[in-house]
Design a protein around this ligand. Sequence first.
Ligand SMILES: C[S@@+](CC[C@H](N)C(=O)[O-])C[C@H]1O[C@@H](n2cnc3c(N)ncnc32)[C@H](O)[C@@H]1O
Length: 195
Amino acid sequence: MKRMTYQEYIDYNVRKNSDPAFREKLIKNRQKKVAFFVDKFRKLGLGYEAKAILCLGARMGEEVEAFNVLGAEAIGLDLVPYPPLVREGDMNNIALDSTFDVVYTNSFDHVYDIADWVVNVRRVLNPGGVLILSLFPEIFDGHDEEEEVAYVEGKDEALAILGRHLRLVRVETDTPQWFKQYTEEIYLYAKDAHE
Ligand SMILES: C[S@@+](CC[C@H](N)C(=O)[O-])C[C@H]1O[C@@H](n2cnc3c(N)ncnc32)[C@H](O)[C@@H]1O
């Protein structure tokens, strides 16, 4: 299967997420989704008070708002910004000077190249910082040419690539109420795996 070029992938995601009708729909459901994230993060029980948190692929920032409700100082990054919660930026090339205690993403399937991405994530994580990946196992079942799902053979390969820079510390499964049809898995990695 032909892979999108990097520019095609960027253009596709920008076009898709700029659609005003789509964003209008998201605004209508905003509070429900924020509540969903608050509940999820609370159950994870990491303690977010005063933590610096970066959410990658945050779209309209419901997860950012949820972390802030829980006392964090969170910001989001997305190709399409949603100020002030979500800044414009490419998560494959994170152009931020700040570093973070937690990096969160549920947009792992939008990562273009896991090996490059994890180097970016590690660079912006504070020592002892944690990457939380929230994902549907189904993303590894097949590659959608348009979505440009990370090109790996499966979860094990993805974890092995991440493991070059980060250490797996916890795996959880969750049955989210927002996306009723799926079971979601959550992976947490700590920085400085091979020190
Ligand atoms: C499935 S949505 C998830 C949105 C949000 N986290 C949520 O739960 O509502 C994926 C998001 O990733 C963003 N995205 C895709 N590629 C990206 C990239 N290279 N850098 C930053 N954001 C990206 C898209 O614009 C989109 O907003």
